[in-house]
Ligand binder design. Structure first.
Ligand code: ZN
Ligand code: MN
Length: 129
């Protein structure tokens, strides 16, 4: 039988996988609450952290916020400084940067994380630029 803990973790995982907009922990809390009104914010946050550590989802840190991603393979992100939108950057991951940094330092390098900061097309449109 599923324990309540396992069930809650499953709800949190499903909620992240249901969204492709890089939701914040609060967004996920609001989604999960619809299915389990008794779940606490702390439980949702803790489960997000456990799932990210286990590699089931990815944690993306953007300026002033923590976001979560259903895609766990290495990829880059775009961040809109106006509206806070986070989107995948459709350019290839550059393994050679990891190799170069490793060769230059003697570190083993697992990955690098890159966030491109700027203004998204919707915000540019609103600003008439
Ligand atoms: Zn924007
Ligand atoms: Mn992503």
């Amino acid at each position: 039988m599923q324990t309540r803990n396992t069930k809650q973790r499953g709800l949190v995982l499903d909620a992240v996988r249901a969204r492709c907009d890089h939701p914040s922990a609060d967004d996920i809390y609001i989604d999960v609450r619809r299915l389990d009104p008794k779940i606490s914010r702390g439980t949702v946050y803790r489960n997000l952290s456990v799932l990210a550590d286990a590699g089931e989802i990815m944690h993306v840190r953007v300026p002033a916020a923590d976001r979560y991603d259903l895609r766990t393979e290495k990829h880059y992100h775009m961040f809109c400084l106006r509206c806070g939108r986070v989107a995948d950057a459709p350019i290839p991951y550059r393994d050679e940067l990891d190799e170069g940094a490793a060769a230059a330092t003697g570190f083993t390098v697992g990955r690098h994380r890159t966030i491109f900061e700027g203004v998204c097309p919707e915000c540019r449109e609103k600003e008439g630029r």
